[in-house]
Design a protein around this ligand. Structure first.
Ligand SMILES: [Fe+2]
Length: 236
């Protein structure tokens, strides 16, 4: 539910060939439904909606060659801004797979007040904010009380697969474990960017979650919760 497999629109996959290899990797890891989330961030990644749609359709065309039961959906990793809600409402930015969920990215140094405001603004306007890789934000990392507060405000919490598996270091792995033990985690995304570097590693993360929390919990985080996004529903 968080990856950069749409080719040639951000700092993720550079070609259709690379995207196909990434899809193969995901499929081999057991993934059957993928929400593709190209970046949108002012002054850094501003692909036009037309280009994203066009590249997404190319991926749809090759998906059956990877697996007949592989389903692809389009979303966006939306860097938060003051006009974000207007853009979501008028359709110039995408929600997740046409649902009310929005994958919201913050900057590493954003303060608590700003983060809370953006979450509340999304919620107030009928959207369901998902905090993209929450482990990246200084105001959030290590402050489980604040994470709980954000969830009470209606935010969903996502961390990256590499944080869970330990590929991003021991401190990150420990944070992921705490989050799971406190039952504050909603989603895990690969945040995969390529086939050589920052590869999608959902399989490894899934195994680790089963090890730490058991199969039932892993199914909830990797299957049931993201399933609600594509089904267009929510438990909140
Ligand atoms: Fe990302």
């Amino acid at each position: 539910m968080h990856c950069h497999i749409v080719p040639g629109v951000d700092d993720g996959s550079k070609s259709l060939e690379e995207s196909q290899k990434m899809l193969r990797k995901e499929y081999a890891d057991g993934v059957r439904n993928i929400i593709l989330t190209p970046h949108f961030r002012y002054r850094m990644f501003e692909p036009s909606a037309e280009l994203v749609q066009q590249q997404y359709e190319k991926l749809l065309a090759i998906a059956p060659s990877v697996g007949k039961d592989l389903k692809l959906y389009l979303g966006c990793e939306l860097h938060t801004s003051m006009d974000m809600v207007d853009c979501l409402k008028n359709g110039t930015r995408l929600t997740m797979a046409g649902s009310r969920y929005v994958l919201a990215e913050f900057s590493g140094g954003d303060d608590k007040a700003y983060i809370k405001e953006r979450v509340q603004q999304l919620k107030f306007n009928g959207f369901l904010p998902i905090m993209a890789h929450v482990e990246r934000y200084r105001a959030v990392m290590g402050d489980l009380d604040f994470i709980e507060e954000l969830r009470d405000f209606g935010a969903f919490i996502q961390i990256n697969a590499d944080t869970i598996s330990g590929r991003d270091g021991f401190g990150m792995k420990r944070f992921a474990k705490k989050l799971m033990k406190e039952d504050l985690l909603d989603f895990v995304g690969s945040d995969g960017h390529g086939i050589k570097e920052r590869t999608p590693e959902i399989g490894k993360a899934y195994e680790q979650v089963v090890k730490v929390m058991g199969e039932g919990y892993a199914k909830r985080i990797f299957v049931t919760n993201p399933g609600r996004i594509v089904a267009g529903g929510s438990n909140r």
